[in-house]
Design a protein around this ligand. Structure first.
Ligand code: CTP
Length: 131
C-alpha cells in the first residue's frame, strides 16, 4: 500500500519556505496530497484576501513535481473528513501548529515540521509594500 501524506496551507505568493515544507512532506511517504485553503477561508482566518486567487494557488501547487494531488480546503473544521476522504497515513503541519492536531493521531500519524526561518508571505507583502 502506498503511504499517503497530506498537508494544508494557503501557499499565497509562493516562496521557498513553501517549497521546502512540501519537499519534506513528500519525503515522508509515496504520495503527497495538498489542501489549499479557499479564498473565503483565508479571509476568515487571516483577515486578508490572498494576493493570488485559490484557482491560481491550486495551479501553482499542483504543478510541483513533489505534489500528486490538490484540493480546496473549505473549512478548518473539516480536517478529519479530508484525512478520511484522501486516505491519509500522515498529516504534516508546520510547527507553528505544534500539538494542535494531536487528536487526529487516532486515524493517522501527525508530524509537525519546523518552518524555514525568516520568510513568510506576510513578510514578503510588507517588504514589497515598503519599496
Ligand atoms: N511554511 C514553512 N516555512 C515558512 C513559511 C511557511 O515551513 N517560512 C509552511 C507552513 O508551516 C505551512 C505551509 O508552509 O505548513 C503553508 O504556510 P502558509 O501559511 O501558506 O505560509 P506563510 O508564509 O506562513 O503565510 P503567512 O505569512 O500569510 O502566514
Amino acid at each position: 500500500m502506498p503511504r499517503t501524506v497530506i498537508t494544508f496551507g494557503t501557499f499565497d505568493v509562493f516562496h521557498v519556505g513553501h517549497l521546502r515544507v512540501l519537499e519534506r512532506a513528500a519525503a515522508l511517504g509515496d504520495r503527497l496530497v495538498v489542501g489549499v485553503s479557499a479564498d473565503a477561508l483565508n479571509e476568515r482566518k487571516k483577515g486578508r484576501v490572498p494576493v493570488f486567487s485559490q484557482r491560481e494557488r491550486l495551479a501553482i501547487v499542483a504543478a510541483l513535481r513533489v505534489v500528486d494531488e490538490v484540493f480546496v480546503e473549505e473549512s478548518l473544521e473539516l480536517k478529519r473528513d479530508y484525512l478520511v476522504e484522501h486516505a491519509a497515513d500522515v498529516l504534516v503541519m508546520g510547527d507553528d501548529w505544534a500539538g494542535k492536531f494531536d487528536d487526529l493521531g487516532d486515524i493517522c500519524e501527525v508530524v509537525y515540521l519546523p518552518r524555514t526561518p525568516a520568510i513568510s508571505t506576510t513578510a514578503i507583502i510588507e517588504h514589497i509594500a515598503e519599496l
